[in-house]
Design a binder for this molecule. Structure first.
Ligand code: SF4
Ligand code: SF4
Length: 407
């Protein structure tokens, strides 16, 4: 069957942040040095081939998009300076844009002006709504209790609920899109197929794959593999990208958990000591988040010798800045609980904190942050396929799986 080449995908990848890939002349160096490329996973060159041929669906459905943690090894050794590592990051943005039915993600990734403009407008709408429901400004000492009289708790609660419902619906639609495309493309590309659809859902394989996925997400094993290759010393542990990334991830998850527990077990605005378990969880998670986001921003700004962070996009920066500001404002509000503070500045900090937290969640499916929903589901899907074929997915079902023992 003749293959129809679509040259416009190369131009699109330029907009998604990989303009240099046009220089690639297919020497294969990048695949040879990639610490994660093995067996039939000849990436990043396979991704480059999809782009050169204009195979949009094959690119968006590629498992490698979710495997690569961007160590930069391939970009460093490319004789054409085609930055294949940047292509992997751009392909992730492209995939997120492909799965999003609203086209908002695509617009935000491909237009800096639209991205910044939309973030500003949405923030203004959210803050405007909060201010529209506010009461008189607190006087004297300002703490959570007085702030929740100024902007009533039920308003924040209802707004949060609406945001979570919108986020949930968008995420489900996008994930269904992704799974449908993964299923269609893995069949179309002639990959080994699981047995014909059984009469019952293969629950055991699904649960085992869930364990595979959770193990990978918690440990980020492939991220570690990227950095422990002999040629790749990423400096002392506190500065290693995997460690920094895990701080951001667990910091965010810890804060989200503390917020939920607060809601369930604590009277809104009531005083609790610093050692109260939920407060302690929030404080520790906040420190981890702030540490990770701060180091990640410094590393991006300084552009280390390694070839990663060559091209930070607005989307890369926006996520870190959002997280950093949410963390910093959260700490100011926590300090206001224990140290007497007053004045309009604390009110503004509160407004920024709530507005940005709502915006971060609303924009989650359309930004770099979307990888926290897509990556685990993609990892589960490929592990599930491997498990259904009776193999242990030693690389999350990606390459050279080992035969499962009889036990
Ligand atoms: S090393 Fe560079 S030129 Fe060679 S295949 Fe990879 S991207 Fe292309
Ligand atoms: S950035 Fe690293 S893991 Fe990703 S394709 Fe390049 S060499 Fe492989």
């Amino acid at each position: 069957m003749a293959i129809r080449v679509d040259p416009t995908l190369l131009d699109d990848m330029e907009r998604y942040g990989a303009p240099d890939i046009k220089a690639c002349f297919n020497c294969g160096n990048c695949t040879a040095v990639c610490p994660l490329s093995e067996g039939d996973d000849a990436f990043p060159r396979r991704m480059i081939r999809h782009v050169q041929l204009g195979q949009r669906d094959a690119l968006a459905a590629s498992k490698e998009v979710w495997m690569c943690y961007y160590c930069g090894e391939c970009s460093e050794t490319c004789p054409r300076e085609a930055a294949p590592g940047e292509l992997m990051a751009a392909a992730r943005r492209f995939a997120i844009g492909r799965f999003d039915p609203t086209t908002l993600a695509r617009r935000m990734f491909t237009s800096t002006a639209f991205n910044i403009g939309w973030m500003v407008v949405l923030f203004a709408i959210l803050v405007g709504f909060l201010l529209g429901t506010s009461d008189v400004l607190p006087e004297g000492r300002v703490n959570t209790a007085s702030l929740l009289e100024w902007i009533p708790f039920h308003v924040i609660h209802d707004m949060g609920l609406a945001v979570i419902i919108i986020l949930g619906v968008l995420a489900v639609v996008a994930l269904v899109n992704m799974l449908w495309l993964l299923s269609r493309e893995t069949s179309a590309q002639g990959a080994p197929q699981p047995p014909a659809t059984p009469s019952r859902f293969p629950l055991k394989a699904a649960l085992l794959a869930l364990g595979d996925m959770v193990g990978e997400v918690i440990r980020h094993r492939r991220f570690r593999d990227c950095q422990t290759a002999e040629s790749r010393s990423d400096g002392p542990l506190p500065l290693r990208r995997r460690f920094v990334h895990l701080n951001i991830m667990f910091g965010f998850l810890g804060l989200a958990l503390a917020t939920v527990l607060d809601y369930l077990f604590k009277e809104p605005g009531s005083y609790v000591p610093l050692y109260y378990p939920i407060r302690l969880l929030g404080t520790i998670a906040g420190i981890a988040l702030m540490y990770g986001a701060t180091v990640a921003m410094i590393q991006r700004a300084r552009k280390p010798e390694r070839a990663y962070f060559d091209r930070s996009t607005v989307s890369d920066w926006a996520l870190l800045i959002f997280l950093w500001i949410i963390g910093a404002t959260g700490f100011v509000l926590e300090i206001a609980e224990y140290v007497t503070m007053s004045g309009i500045s604390v009110d503004i900090v509160f407004l920024v904190h709530v507005g940005l937290a709502m915006e971060l969640l609303l924009l989650l499916p359309f930004t770099k942050f979307a990888h926290i929903i897509y990556r685990p589901v993609a990892l589960w899907y490929f592990a599930f396929r491997a498990r259904r074929m009776g193999v242990i997915p030693n690389n999350m079902g990606f390459a050279e799986p080992q035969k499962e023992s009889a036990a």
